[in-house]
Design a protein around this ligand. Sequence first.
Ligand code: HPA
Length: 246
Amino acid sequence: MTDLAIIGGTGLTTLKALEVTRREVVHTPFGEPSCPLTYGQLCGKEVVFLPRHGPGHTIPPHKINYRANLWALHRTGVTRVLAVAAVGGISAHLGVSELAIPDQIIDYTWGRAHTFFEEDLRQVVHVDFTYPYSAELRDLLLKAAAAAELKVADRVTYGATQGPRLETAAEIDRLERDGCHVVGMTGMPEAALARELELSYAAITVIVNRAAGRSEGLIEMASLEQNLKIGMEKVRRLLEHLIPLA
Ligand code: HPA
């Protein structure tokens, strides 16, 4: 049985190095996950993989069924979830194509099904979310990054926005004043739902663009995709070094 799940984001709809052993269609009380779960061997370790935007990258961030995704992974018996996500860089010290391992989140999303604890409760539940990411998993990621000689930014606050549009320059100014270093659209409610299911959860973020108003001109999709490609190669390298430690 596997204890590690990987949720792929933009640019990681398949894990090339994954030797697929089987796929499983899962129905959950919360609806359908983004696609069937893929089981396989990654560098000799069994993992389960789920691309959150669907196999063809067709599900936008606000339409992802985060509850079904986390429920389906939890049902497999995994205890740890590693999420990969593309983000915009807000802080000047974070370069494009670089990786960042967030340790905090601010949630600006709205209208998403964001909790398992709302119906048929015996009593109201408030999970602790002081530290939204697993310290142990973050530590493993940082050790793997050192082993892979990859530069990663630590102690990063992730601002989760609603999307699918990118932000205005003023919105990014506000996020920066709030203390956000990177901005993305999928970090929440994913992290909180993982906590509600008592799954250890951490994220590898890839900075694919300077956030709105943080560079000359507009955000160009062509350069974003180029940065994504470079960044995802680093993610693959990081995962290769993580697996032997995990
Ligand atoms: N904003 C929000 N989400 C993102 C961005 C951004 O600039 N880049 C990649 N995901």
